[in-house]
Structure formats: C-alpha cells, structure tokens
Write a protein of this length. Structure first.
Length: 535
C-alpha cells in the first residue's frame, strides 16, 4: 500500500494557483465528446503531472449510460508514456454528483499512439514540437562538429528519439484494443520507436539544419559592420541526396574589384539664383490669431513613454516583480491589478450572525513537503474534507506566510497558515489560521524536521500528520468572498478566517524566516464586500 499511497499524495498535490475549470474539447464523437480541464494540469513529482478529464454524453445517450458526464483524475508519467486513473466522478445533466469511485490500486496503462488517450497525454505532457526537435538536432550537430566529428557524412548515425507521427484517430479500438466504458475515459499514451523512414527523415533534417547554419554564417560574414563572422573551422556539409525539402543555396558573393575607380572632373558649381524680395502685408487681427492657432496645433504632442516589458520577470514579494507589478507581468495576471474582490483584507467591519459551524472531517495523512520558492507547502493524501454552506471540499494542501496576510480588527500576526480546499467543480475554499509566538507546535516542528535541502525539491517522509492539530479550539470564524493571494489572483475564493490564533515558538518562526523573511501580499481594498462573523 505504501507506493500506492505515495502516488496518490503526489497526484493530488496542487498549488494555490488553481484556476476555475477550463474545459477544452479534445475529440468529438458521434455519441460523446472528450474534454480536458487545462486549468487542472499541475506538476506532481518531477516528470509526472495530474489533470482532470471528462467524457460528456449526448442527450440521447444519457438514459442508456445513466449519467451525463464522467470525470477522471489521471496521473501521467511524462517520461515513461503511461498514466493511471486515481478517481472517477459520475454527474447528471445538472452536474449533481451521482457516485464517486476512488481507485484503490491504480492500474498503470501504456498510452497507445493515435488514441484519445494519446491526445490527452500530449495536451498534459506537451512533447517537443518538430521545430524544437530540429533545433535540438542542430545544436547536437554543431557540438559534434566542434569536437572534430563530421555527422553530416554519417547517414547511418542514430538520430535522437522523436515522437512518432501518428494517425489522427479518435478511438483506441483503432489499435486493436478493447476497453470498458469506464476505461475508455480520459486517458492518454505515448512514444513508440522510430521507423527506418522516420530515422532517415531525422537525419535529413539534421543535414539541412547544418547546411542552413553554414550558409547563414557565409552570408553574415559579408552582411555589414555588425555581422557575426563565420568560425574559421566551419565546413560546408554535403547536401543530402534525396532530401524532400532543400534549403535555398546562398547567392554567390562577388569579391570587390582591386582596381581604383576612375576619377571624374568636378562639374562647376552653379551660382545660386538671387532670392526675390517678398513684401509682407500686415495681417488682420483675426488672421494673426488663426495663424498662431495653426502653428500651435502643428506641434506634435510629446510621445508617451512606452511601458517597460516585464514579461520575463518572475513574480515575487519585492523588487520589480513585487505585488505592485503582478498585474503587468502576464496577461493572465491582470486580475491582480483589475480585480474588485482581492485578498487579503483587514477583517474589522463584519456583521455578527449565527454562522453554521464548519464541518471538519480531517484524517491523519502522509504528506509531501516542498519549498516552491514562495513558501513552504505541504501536499496531503485524499480523505480529509470540510463541508460548509451545503458543499463538500477536499483538503488539498496547506502552506505558510510571514507575516500574516490578513488582519483581524487591524491586528496582524507573526505567521499564517492557509488550508486550501477544492470541490469537484474546481471551486476553492481556504481556511486561514493565524499563528502567534508562544509554545512550540508539534506539527510545525515535524514539518521543519523534514524540510528538503533544496528549493523545488520535495520530500515524502514515512510520517503521518493530523491536520486537525492545526485548528484552534475555538472554531468561530469570519467568511467572505475574495481571491488567491498570489498570481494569478483568481477571484471567487471563499475565505474562512479563524478568529482564535494558534501558537508557534520563536525558534519555529525564526526557521521559516530564514527561508522566507517576507512572503505576504499587502492589504487590498474592501470594495464594499459583505463579511459575516460568528457571534
């Protein structure tokens, strides 16, 4: 059970940057269509990703199938070309839950080229494109040439592995496979060995790339003062005998003549014609004002300085990539600047009502911990949920901020932990717990004991933690609608901020401060939001 459990933990580890569902059609059949939620594609372990896919039945097939759509959560091994289904969810036409199947022992399936699974796999894992493969071949050939090899003459050299071109088929049965309706869901396949024809095509592509690179160097040598000279050791690769596509031959470059140009006698300079005298009549007052107006209007307005290009800047908590510029870094981050329900806020002006308590159903779980460069994040296994306002949300992960992002009645705290939940429709609900200095917290100490040695590296110790221990004794809370506190600042997030803080020690705060001295977004505008608070 241990490897399976770790696979589930890795598969369900997601970031707080989750979007609302973004279903994209992969293939449309006679009786159903297959879609993938691009917003759910998330990195798990290195080389593996998880994503939601679904089959949507035509209306006339719903009665026979017993459901309108079936969603599948799949874990893809992008290096091995396999996938496994972790969970299936069956929904009716109104998207009400009919049943949920959690796969106890996920079956690893090889992706069949050309199948629906293959299309989904490519959408998730994004294999290299033809242009990227050609570039890699060119770089490899250039490196070999500099080392003294002549790969252009070796037509039997083994080309790099490439993704095989597959026929555009929509059903796995095209490959002689038979699957049940549930197995025919949202699952992809991968790379097969290259045929001899494909190997030869790859060799010809590499030769063409070498020939083009050499031709470009020759052309650039004569291209002007800023042209890059060709390397002295560059040689012209022989053109392939049967290449389907040939690069155009560069035009021959003529050498400059060494003979001096003949000197011509200078023509006599003509005398300038005398300027005619111009008598200016005094303009009428109205004409004078009109002339001045014309002169003023002819002046160009000062050019508006261009906005600096920040697309190459990664978001951060300070500097040019800081919160003030988040909305300018990428188009998908624009909500950070233009949204009207952004988080965090100061919770100080809410209405006190009898809020229904949050139904916490947390279970002990193994975990995977990672320092993702912005915070320390802990991904959990399945089973822990909350139920609030008639909806059930799965606990996905939790992470930390220093200092606290939210304030309660104007007061900030040393740290804050966000417990991130998501329901089957992709809606987010975050429980926030303030952390103040005091006695050491056992869960926090367990996490710090198992911190990875490097950022972006994750670690899954053989230790279980109970998320219930992160919650305060007093479960009263404040709730409101807000956004993610990190890019892309997606709105529509339901926040539940616990009013009672939990204690952590000074040493535990200091350890996190060494990793992330400040990772809190500034307070955002309230924008007339309704805040409800437990009495």
């Amino acid at each position: 059970m241990r490897p399976i459990l770790l696979a589930l933990i890795a598969a369900l580890g997601v970031s707080t940057g989750a979007h609302a569902a973004e279903w994209v059609e992969i293939v449309a059949g006679k009786n159903r269509r297959v879609e993938i939620d691009k917003a759910s594609i998330l990195q798990s372990d290195p080389g593996t990703k998880v994503a939601w896919g679904r089959i949507v039945m035509k209306d006339e097939e719903v009665a026979a199938a017993g459901y309108k759509s079936v969603k599948a959560l799949n874990r893809y091994d992008c290096r091995r070309g396999t996938f496994s289904t972790i969970k299936r969810v069956y929904l009716d036409a109104e998207q009400h839950l009919l049943r949920e199947e959690r796969v106890v022992e996920p079956k690893v399936i090889k992706v069949a080229p050309g199948s629906v699974d293959d299309r989904l796999f490519r959408e998730v894992c994004q294999p290299a494109t033809a242009s990227q493969l050609a570039q890699m071949a060119e770089e490899a050939a250039s490196a070999a040439e500099q080392a003294g090899d002549k790969p252009a003459q070796d037509t039997h050299a083994e080309p790099p592995t490439e993704v095989a071109q597959v026929e555009d088929r929509s059903e796995p049965e095209a490959h002689g496979e038979t699957r049940t309706e549930s197995e025919r869901s949202i699952l992809p396949q991968f790379i097969r060995p290259l045929t001899e024809a494909q190997k030869q095509a790859a060799v010809q592509a590499r030769l063409s790339a070498l020939k083009y690179a050499e031709a470009k160097n020759v052309s650039d040598t004569h291209g002007g003062d800023h042209a890059t000279p060709a390397p002295a050791h560059a040689e012209r690769a022989p053109a392939p005998a049967k290449a389907e596509h040939h690069d155009p031959e560069p035009a021959p470059v003529r050498k400059a003549e060494s003979h001096p140009a003949p000197v011509r006698a200078a023509a006599p300079t003509p005398k300038p014609a005398p300027k005619p005298k111009v008598v200016l009549a005094r303009a009428a007052p109205s004409d004078t004002h009109a002339a001045r107006a014309t002169k003023v209007s002819s002046k160009r307005a000062p050019a508006k300085p261009a906005e600096p290009d920040l697309s190459h800047i990664h978001w951060d908590y300070s500097g040019i990539g800081g919160p003030d510029n988040w909305g300018k870094l990428k188009p998908e981050f624009s909500t950070c600047e233009n949204g009207n329900r952004q988080s965090p806020i100061d919770i100080s002006d809410g209405i006190r009502v009898d809020l229904a308590p949050i139904e916490f159903s947390y279970l002990p779980s193994y975990f995977r911990i990672v320092d993702n460069g912005h915070t320390v994040q802990v991904n959990l296994g399945t089973g822990s949920t909350i139920r609030v306002m008639g909806r059930t949300y799965d606990l996905i992960q939790f992470h930390f901020h220093r200092p606290s992002e939210f304030r309660i009645g104007g007061r900030g705290y040393d740290m804050e932990v966000h417990l991130v939940h998501q329901d089957l429709d992709g809606r987010l609900a975050v429980v926030s717990v303030m952390l103040e200095r005091g006695t050491a917290h056992p869960i926090v100490q367990t996490l710090w004991n198992n911190l990875p040695l490097e950022r972006q590296a994750s670690y899954a110790p053989e230790i279980a933690i109970d998320p219930n221990d992160l919650l305060p004794v007093d479960r009263r809370y404040a709730t409101f609608m807000g956004s993610l506190t990190t890019p892309p600042c997606t709105e529509g997030v339901m926040w539940m901020v616990m009013r009672q803080p939990v204690q952590v020690s000074v040493d535990q705060i200091a350890i996190f401060s060494r990793l992330h001295p400040m990772n809190a977004r500034p307070l955002q505008d309230m924008a007339d939001r309704l805040i409800k608070m437990s009495r």
